[in-house]
Design a protein around this ligand. Structure first.
Ligand code: XIL
Length: 334
């Protein structure tokens, strides 16, 4: 049989991929089974999609992904239980349209976590419990989200405790992006240290890994992994892709004279970035317990639409025809 990423990395860590139910058929399903041994639902388990009304859950998409994983012996990471984006419209308000109290919101969070974690108990080995709660700029520790405005810091601790009660065997993660940038890294560290010191049931930190050919540097990535794991936490790379554009400069459509072609230069820079980050992952295999790609191939990536429409990206290891790119061969050569 053809060797896949999961086979090359069998002595290191599972290799996962973010999926939608529609990718679990045809040539994409074939590629998934050949290359990966872990799945993350790209959207299906987020609060908006899975809990559209106060008393109604929509399980079909999440169930389909978990069932596919079980049939084929893949692990599943749950993503996510508490986030400021993709929330259902009813979450923060009451029937009159007024903002709910802290007590009401925490009760809603508890009910949600109970229902979702219990349904997949024993089938999901790790959960992203809280996603992106740290501020991007350094004026305060936590992001000024509706969660924070209504509940203060407490929602974080509670989310971990309730997830742990619902499935004591699940590994519970705090997940975020730009975790290698020194200032944000230190703010995340502060939050994690507080949780660990208070005995909150948290087992790991997810580095989303929405990177580019320009960042992180090797030193930034090593420091982040070592800093977080010094707290006794596992580290997982949960949403890996390597954009061929700088993160900040391209938050707009292409301008005249700019091209979104996958040039030989971009291909080379991307290959070097992938080679470097995987070498660092392997160095840290004792604490780095999984690497998940955010989407299967360059045929479809969320970055094609984010932050702006109409600018193609090529961030993954497989091309639009699902063939391994040059970067793939660097990742499996060691
Ligand atoms: C993205 C999905 O890939 C898109 O399909 C969706 O429109 C928006 O969310 N950080 C996360 C992920 O934690 O849940 C996000 O996924 C990407 C950024």
């Amino acid at each position: 049989a053809v060797q896949g990423l999961k086979d090359y990395y069998k002595d290191y860590f599972p290799i996962g991929v973010a999926v939608a139910p529609r990718s679990l058929q045809g040539d994409q399903a074939e590629l998934i089974l050949q290359q990966f041994n872990s799945l993350t639902p790209e959207n299906a388990m987020k609060m908006g999609p899975i809990h559209p009304e106060p008393d109604r859950y929509f399980w079909d998409d999440a169930d389909a992904i978990v069932q596919f994983a079980q049939e084929h012996g893949l692990k599943v990471r749950g993503h996510n239980l508490c986030w400021h984006e993709q929330t259902p419209p009813w979450l923060f308000t009451d029937a009159q349209g007024d903002t709910v109290t802290k007590e009401v919101l925490l009760q809603r969070l508890k009910d949600h976590i109970d229902a979702v974690v219990t349904r997949y108990k024993g089938k999901i080995y790790a959960w992203d419990v809280v996603n992106e709660a740290i501020a991007d700029d350094s004026t305060q520790l936590l992001r000024n989200s509706a969660w924070y405005q209504i509940c203060g810091e407490e929602f974080i601790t509670k989310a971990f405790e309730w997830a742990h009660e619902a499935d004591p065997d699940a590994q519970l993660y705090y997940n975020d992006y730009n975790t290698e940038r020194p200032e944000k890294r230190e703010r995340i560290y502060q939050l994690l240290k507080k949780l660990v010191d208070a005995g909150v049931p948290i087992h790991g930190v997810g580095l989303q890994g929405h990177w580019s050919i320009y960042e992180p540097t090797a030193a930034e990535l090593r420091t982040a992994i070592e800093r977080f794991s010094s707290l006794g936490l596992d580290v997982q790379v949960t949403e890996l892709d390597v954009s061929v554009y700088p993160w900040e400069k391209f938050r707009r459509p292409l301008r005249e004279g700019e091209s979104d072609a996958f040039t030989a230069e971009r291909e080379q820079q991307q290959l070097e970035q992938y080679k470097q980050v995987f070498a660092i992952f392997r160095e840290h295999k004792d604490v780095l317990t999984s690497v998940t790609f955010w989407n299967i191939s360059d045929r479809y990536s969320w970055l094609d639409h984010y932050p702006v429409e109409g600018r193609k990206n090529y961030p993954l290891l497989f091309d639009e025809n699902l063939k391994p790119k040059k970067a793939y061969w660097e990742v499996v050569k060691f």
